[in-house]
Design a binder for this molecule. Structure first.
Ligand code: FMN
Length: 190
């Protein structure tokens, strides 16, 4: 491997630090071809025993209508009628949705490690897209555990489980965030 220059090292650090979960997007849509390029990179995530447990569903317009209706229904049931239009408007303003799933396993350790691998893939995807000017937000709201969500996506919950319902698009607003200083997180052992 060619050794990294200081500039390229700082570049990757800037992408990792700068990526934010995005709530508000411009209306531009992201072509599926771009998302497939991102997935092509995401699949290089580490995965124990090379299980490659991930699958990526790019939500098209028909599926999206069903998913939005379900999200609205769930919100209305939880918060009352007035929550419905707010939820619908919020989701309608998101240019694209992707669902990341992992393969189920009877072995709890394999499932745990496969979930970890899918999380690495999700971050790969987010970082690659961020560098291309596309923001994401990984969500795991109640809808991602609802059997109707699985049915809408044509996913068999005995075989796959949803890791994330990922929003994406060109950011309109990039939120700010904080992290604890590294010094608080590190224990240097003798
Ligand atoms: C596993 C996972 C689940 C998440 N679920 C949600 C969610 O349901 N709704 C949401 O608004 N953000 C969700 N997020 C995004 C976090 O809220 C976000 O990463 C956190 O606020 C830090 O912001 P940053 O990503 O911009 O650094 C999730 C993130 C992860 C890793």
């Amino acid at each position: 491997m060619a050794s990294a220059t200081a500039a390229s090292t700082e570049q990757i650090a800037a992408v990792i630090r700068g990526r934010r979960s995005v709530d508000l997007y411009e209306s531009d849509t992201v072509p599926n071809a771009v998302m497939v390029e991102a997935i092509d990179v995401a699949r290089w995530a580490p995965n124990h025993r090379l299980t490659q447990p991930w699958h990526f569903y790019l939500v098209g317009p028909t599926t999206r209508r069903g998913v939005t209706d379900l999200a609205v229904e769930l919100d209305v049931a939880k918060k009352g009628e007035r929550a419905g239009p707010v939820r619908r408007a919020r989701l309608d303003a998101v240019p694209g949705f992707l669902v990341l799933t992992m393969r189920r396993s009877d072995d709890a350790l394999v499932e745990r490690e496969d979930y970890a691998a899918c999380c690495c893939a999700a971050q790969n995807l987010a970082l690659y897209l961020w560098q291309r000017g596309i923001g994401t937000k990984w969500t795991t709201g109640g809808i991602t555990r609802d059997p109707r969500f699985y049915a809408l996506l044509g996913i068999d919950s005995a075989k796959e489980s949803v890791v994330g319902f990922i929003w994406y698009g060109k950011p309109k607003v990039v939120p700010t965030q904080q992290r604890k200083p590294a010094a608080e997180l590190v224990t240097e052992l003798p």
